[in-house]
Design a protein. Structure first.
Length: 435
């Protein structure tokens, strides 16, 4: 068995490693990967506050007269969280909630460093341009909607293009001729003005054009274009297609979950409500595309990465072990930005395959398990950001669903295993060569 595993890893390594090496050495993709690492500490801390703001209890099912001590504790926690939601989530909004802003600085910084330009100044120029096009002011208030993962695709574009524009000025030596008596710091300041002005005119101009023609700012227009049609979501094939599209977008740094969320969540809510109505009328529940399917599609986060996290926690690479341990609790609550941007999975050709395959396998197994009566159908709208095992029970009041989720995690471990081993081996070789 071990020989078969070793042979599979070797074959995958032979096929994927040359391709991954080429992508890994491409300076723009390297800058995206390195730049997103800037945001890893903020993502981890922000996710903890988001979990705290969403305790695992459905108040619609809560009865104070019959509740035990633990349920009363959760209800009190829920009341506190609702009353103080803005205060609790402020650290989230200003950490993970501005990950686009952090990433645009990191990407520009990393690419400028590759070109031997001034990394800090390029990072600041990119951050300023990004703020200009992603933060519309409404009635004197700055909107933050596109500073987080919703604006991440725009952050990648801005981070790369700002540096390329600044590089044109450097390569063509478009600078003011200053006397030698001018201090270097002053000369750097003066010669930053023209690239900064050029970037502002270009990007802010594009933003104004989009606003005038589409009534949307540039990042909002991008998200609108990327939102798939809702008409195909009701069937298993359509649901799988939409979830796969969402995961594909994640691989390019776009928050695919936020794009597909309105479609699949609304569908799941409606189907769950129909199941609840059938149960109330004493009928057999028949709606398989209920909210439980959506929860399975993001169990452990997009790409079903909880199995990957478990592999990382036992990795030979210290960096992977650390990220894995930091990602476990958020992953249990289906928040996996620490893995997506910290490992990263974004622009990672090796992990892209299991990232796309795992949710499809999980959803197919869930669909047929419901159809065959092996697990209970979802008929309760369970709270978001709840540990997966609590969601599995709260959605169906069936302990078989909890066991089934544990099986799905074991399957995700098996799917990710050979691909993670390839990446781990490559990382080990790089470390050995640097010593």
């Amino acid at each position: 068995m071990d020989n078969q595993k070793s042979s599979m890893v070797t074959k995958l390594n032979d096929v994927l490693s040359p391709f991954a090496a080429k992508i890994g050495n491409q300076r723009h993709l390297k800058a995206i990967s390195s730049g997103m690492m800037f945001g890893l500490p903020f993502i981890v801390i922000g996710s903890f506050f988001l979990i705290f703001a969403n305790p695992p209890i459905n108040m619609d099912q809560y009865d104070a007269a019959t509740a035990n001590f633990f349920m009363k504790f959760l209800a009190g926690w829920k009341d506190f969280a609702v009353a103080n939601y803005d205060v609790i989530t402020a650290p989230y909004n200003l950490t993970m909630g501005i990950i686009g802003l952090i990433s645009v600085f990191g990407i520009a910084y990393s690419l400028a460093n590759e070109y031997r330009l001034n990394p800090s100044m390029n990072g600041m120029v990119a951050a300023v341009v990004y703020l200009m096009i992603c933060t519309p002011v409404t009635e004197g208030r700055i909107e933050l909607n596109f500073l987080g993962t919703n604006g991440l695709f725009v952050a990648i574009l801005v981070g790369l293009l700002v540096v390329e524009i600044c590089r044109i000025f450097e390569v063509r030596n478009i600078k003011l001729k200053l006397p030698d008596s001018v201090p270097p710091m002053v000369a750097t300041f003066i010669n930053t003005l023209l690239p900064l002005l050029t970037n502002i005119v270009i990007f802010y101009g594009i933003n104004l054009i989009f606003l005038a023609t589409t009534k949307q700012i540039f990042p909002e227009a991008v998200m609108t274009i990327l939102t798939p049609a809702t008409t195909i979501a009701g069937s298993l094939g359509g649901f799988l297609l939409i979830v796969t599209l969402g995961n594909l977008l994640w691989l390019f740094g776009i928050n695919g979950s936020s794009i597909i969320f309105p479609i699949v969540f609304t569908l799941g809510m409606a189907q769950t409500g129909l199941n609840a109505e059938q149960l109330t009328n004493g009928e057999t529940m028949t709606h398989l595309m209920n909210l439980q399917m959506f929860r399975i599609s993001v169990m452990g986060g997009a790409g079903g990465t909880l199995g990957l996290v478990l592999l990382m926690m036992r990795s030979r690479v210290p960096e992977y072990r650390t990220i894995g341990k930091l990602s476990l609790i958020p992953g249990i609550c289906s928040i996996n930005e620490p893995v997506i941007f910290g490992l990263p999975i974004v622009f990672n050709p090796i992990l892209a395959i299991p990232f796309m395959v795992t949710p499809v396998v999980s959803l197919l197994l869930t669909y047929f398990a419901q159809k065959l009566g092996l697990i209970g159908l979802g008929f309760i709208v369970d709270p978001s950001f709840t540990p997966f095992f609590a969601q599995a029970y709260l959605s169906s009041m069936d302990w078989r669903n909890v066991l089934f989720c544990l099986v799905l995690i074991a399957i995700s471990v098996l799917i990710y295993y050979p691909f993670f081993r390839v990446m781990e081996n490559n990382k080990t070789k790089l470390v050995d060569q640097s010593l």
